[in-house]
Design a protein around this ligand. Sequence first.
Ligand code: 9WN
Length: 431
Amino acid sequence: EYEERLEEDVRSHIVRNSIHVLRMNDRGGYTVPAEGLYPFQWNWDSAIVSAGWAVFDEERSWEELETLFSDQWADGMVASINFHKFSETYFPGPEIWGTPEKPSKTSGISQPPVAAMAARFLYEHAEMQDLAKEKIEVLFPKMLAWHRWWYKARDPENRGVVAILHPWESGMDNSPAWDEPMKFRIDIDLPPYVRRDLTHVDASMRPTKDTYDHYLTLLYRFKKTHFYDPDQLYWISPFHVTDLCVNSILFRANRDLRWIALQLGKQEEAMEIERWLDDGFKGFNMLWDDQTGVYKCQDHITGKLANAATSAAFLPLFAGVASKEQAAKLVANLERWLSKVKYGVPSLDPEDPRFDQLRYWRGPVWLIINWMISNGLRHYGYEELANRIKQDSIDLTSKAGLREYFDPMTGDGCGGKQFSWTAAMCLAWLD
Ligand code: 9WN
């Protein structure tokens, strides 16, 4: 009984601390992912964080999404980063991105489209229902325009699945799934640069210099292409990948957007979204690797599936796009992975020789991914496994606090501290 009380005390402390972290990272209408390390508004962070705000301040939670869409591009894109206020603590900032406005308001690429999922969450949990209705009506056409952008700018060949043109677009920046597609040549005239991330976080946890050179080669090439003209980037990018994270989130977000459309009586729009879902089912079939029983990202340039199984392999469960048979195979793999680590879900198969328990997206655990996988497992009827992942997430945050990500072997916290999306997950999922 004493232990139970102790556990309760720890959790109520975490809930209070999570509220404190969101308030501390609030910059007025938007929340930064972490003080210093990430001083701007990041796209998918912000959408996830709005669900955290919803638990204790509904008005503020809608404001988070409104601010995210305030710098939406004319063609519908919502950029990966919105630079509302000046900061020198992050590289590359607005002066490097150099998107058309002066000074640049945003980066020139996008990030996983979580917003429609978040908007549905806010709407369904709303106590202030009139406010929710008013807000969602304004947000709906903006979210629809963003989803349309994904298909127009990132799937002009109508494959049913969209491409990412930069690892930063996936949100899983340093994934081993990009090792092969990142083998293009670095520009020889790449301007010298100073990384700022290494002043905040140990180099062993971050991408290498060679990886950064590749990131920047892409950035400068895109900038040279009529300032990130999305209609051209698809055809000129040397990095061209069908990513499971973006596509699973887009598929799930399409379901939620369709649900919202029907709430608002928008039949025609709902049918348009329905077609994306139908095509998505077909597109995902290309990403299934039957031999190993997992989904894989695909290099669109060579047509090959990635030679790495990452935690994104399980996200089609969250999308609800996997068949029952595929789900059973995914679960068998997930169980094997979990038997090799103390805390799930590692971001790479622990038996992969590249597995690195500390380095960005090459081994560590992220709570937002745990939430998506656990949610997907529940949907397919794997309650026990879903609970194990939830319990691991509770144990990790009880032990290490609100860190950016966690070591799957020791449970130690890694990367940034007082991290907004981890706080949001503690409020919206774990409490
Ligand atoms: C680049 C903010 C972001 C997350 C990404 C994560 C990391 C940025 C970086 O931080 O990416 O966008 O500089 O490393 O990989 O998922 O949105 O938390």
